[in-house]
Design a protein around this ligand. Structure first.
Ligand code: M6R
Length: 612
């Protein structure tokens, strides 16, 4: 999705802005641009293509301004092109704006501005913003700081949709205004300079102190100061939050790609996420929730709502919550949940999972659940992210920044956190059906087993070399293994562009088996002892029809039946998805590398999906 960077300080802004955009490249984009305040007014330099192309633009080296805004665009309204790239200026070249999000009523605003003498040069929704600000600014008699702020506020009051906006004005060479609604934006504070960004890692090497804006709060920045205002322009006070993430962990650290680095960071991410919440002889701790037995007994249903990989973590958690706590749990895709009028009341607990904490559909689903009276918990990897500011309760995975578009360490951290949450509920409810003490011991041993799995998973590279030219791959599993099949399949299609499908193994013969023919690759995940014979029968059905098979298992099986068997360490069934996904993450990674693709930035995808 689009990325935003801003700088106001004492150094030359343009290299800082371009470097910031490079750090946001992983979000996905098709064009880039910057705007600075120069001695003779506003400068805008932008182009279609990679951020580094900006270095080739004529005159970019001559920019001296110490205030600037920058943007990577992921086309929504209007094709990728120089003219549609941000920043956009108003007709009089007084204001320059970058915008992340979607202005839903831009057609209406365009008509209004056209009727008031404004002309539009791009096909974007964004171009209405600088012109609307100008329209209101013109009406101000005293062109002071407040006039600038009021003009931005009046324009934003007319906007419907989502936005994170940075705006500079040639009349105020020492200031910048930023505002957000349903779209991410953070402000990093230093002594004589301030940084703005769509997310924390891009500016983490400059500062650890961050301000977070709520919806429709305005920040008026100078070099040394940031003033905050609410939606009615009443002054408000904000404190910075200290972010402890290690700046080095947003660098590649010697790995070829972020995805590979993040796969190998999983033991640490899981260890950090377990943290002090769980130990062998004491009850699990969730001080943030502090739920009583009576409250948990009153819950009629748990909904877990998320998108993509985060939703797959929810599918694992459904198994765990239902078995440990005996509470009916439904998992929903956020973009469906919000439009299907779900049956929610004050006895429903809704859990929303989002690594970034900025996924538009998941946030909207959370807001809907709150309106309907449910208690809401957000699970995120990013402190201060939008979803955590909306939810009644927030709990965090501690995976560190995840840069690669394909989610790996965030997924396994989400699964472990949700497992511990299920234990916390079960202990509070005094449930006894499942051996929780053994599960706790198994959790504490898990980081070591993840390390072991990573060591042996390197061998999957050879199998990847054999199948990287395939057109179709099927993933099969039963029970909790089916959730891993889903995640394995998503990972493969996402970064290798190979068509893949996942099925509950028993469902195959009800239709999809018609697609199995000689040479098709079928991957079976088998870690549930109770179901293994059944899954083996289903795999035999595809072998008979000529499929090539790879099995991921922690059980004793007859390896000779299959083309390739990958033995992973044995663990508790509730934790097995964390180990069985690892060879599949690496399988997708090596296929993508074999095909020479951009692993970290797959085509058409964005890290953080901030539009609906
Ligand atoms: O930031 P979120 O966890 O809300 O993101 C949800 C999905 O967009 C994300 O998991 C996506 O499916 C990943 N790219 C998959 O690897």
């Amino acid at each position: 999705m689009c990325g935003i960077v801003g700088y106001i300080g004492t150094q030359k802004a343009s290299p800082i802005l371009i470097n910031g955009l490079i750090r946001l490249e992983y979000r996905g984009y098709d064009s880039a641009g910057i705007s600075t305040i120069e001695k003779d007014g506003l400068s805008v330099m932008k182009d279609q293509g990679r951020v580094k192309n900006l270095y080739n633009l004529k005159g970019i080296d001559n920019l001296e301004g110490t205030i600037g805004i920058a943007h990577t665009r992921w086309a929504t309204h209007g094709k990728p092109s120089q003219i549609n790239s941000h920043p956009h200026m108003d007709n009089s070249k007084t204001f320059s704006v970058v915008h992340n999000g979607i202005i839903e009523n831009y057609n209406e605003l365009r008509d209004f501005l056209n009727n008031n003498g404004y002309t539009f040069y791009s096909q974007t929704d964004t171009e209405v913003i600088p012109n609307l600000v100008h329209y209101y600014y013109k009406k101000e008699t005293n062109k002071d700081e407040l006039a600038f702020l009021r003009a931005v506020k009046n324009a934003c009051s007319d906007l419907k949709g989502s936005f994170a906006i940075e705006i500079i004005c040639k009349d105020f060479p020492n200031n910048m205004i930023v505002v957000r609604k349903d779209s991410p934006l953070v402000i990093g504070k230093n002594e004589e300079e301030n940084y703005i960004s769509s997310d924390i890692p891009a500016i983490l090497s400059f500062t650890r102190n961050f301000y977070f804006l709520n919806d429709l709060e305005y920040a008026f920045l100078s070099r040394t100061d940031v003033k905050f205002y609410d939606s009615e322009l009443n002054a408000i006070h904000k404190e910075t939050k200290n972010i402890e993430w290690d700046a080095a962990s947003s660098e590649k650290d010697g790995y070829e790609d972020f995805m590979l680095k993040e796969i190998y960071e999983q033991p640490t991410a899981i260890r950090e996420t377990i943290g002090a919440r769980l130990s062998e002889n004491t009850k699990c701790e969730f001080e943030e929730l502090n739920f009583s037995k009576e409250y948990l007994q009153s819950i009629n249903k748990i909904y877990i709502v998320a998108c993509g990989t985060a939703m797959h973590a929810g599918l694992v958690a459904k198994h765990t919550l239902e078995k440990l706590c005996k509470i009916s749990t439904e998992v929903d895709i956020a973009s469906e949940f919000r439009y299907r009028d779900p049956l929610i009341d004050e006895k429903t607990l809704c859990i929303f999972i989002s690594q970034s904490g900025e996924t538009a559909d998941t946030i909207a689903a959370l807001k809907l659940s709150k309106q309907k009276g449910a208690k809401t918990i957000a699970i995120s990897n990013v402190i201060g992210s939008s979803i955590t500011r909306e939810a009644d309760y927030s709990i965090y995975t501690h995976a560190g920044p995840e840069i690669a578009v394909a989610s790996t360490k965030a997924y396994t951290s989400q699964v472990i956190l949700l497992t511990i949450l299920a234990i916390y509920f079960a202990e509070t409810l005094e449930m006894t059906q499942i051996d929780i003490d053994t599960l706790k011991k198994d959790i504490l041993q898990l980081p070591k087993k993840v390390e072991d799995t990573l060591k042996i998973s390197e061998n999957i590279k050879e199998f990847a070399k054999k199948v990287y030219q395939e057109k179709d791959v099927f993933f099969l599993g039963r029970g909790i293994d089916e959730t891993v099949a889903k995640e394995g399949s998503l990972k493969l299609k996402e970064i290798s562009y190979i068509h893949s499908e996942s099925y509950a193994a028993g469902e195959l013969k009800h239709g999809p088996i018609a697609l199995i023919e000689k040479g098709v690759t079928v991957i079976g995940i088998m870690t549930d002892k109770k179901l293994i014979e059944k899954t083996i029968s289903n795999i035999q059905e595809v072998i008979t029809r000529g499929a090539k098979t790879l099995i991921i298992t922690n059980q004793n099986i007859d390896d000779k039946m299959f083309d390739e068997v990958f033995h992973i360490p044995f663990t508790n069934i509730f934790l097995s998805p964390i180990l069985s996904i690892i060879p599949l993450q690496l399988f997708s990674y090596y296929i993508s590398k074999e095909k020479g693709l951009d692993v970290d930035k797959p085509r058409n995808l964005a890290k953080s999906v901030t539009v609906e």
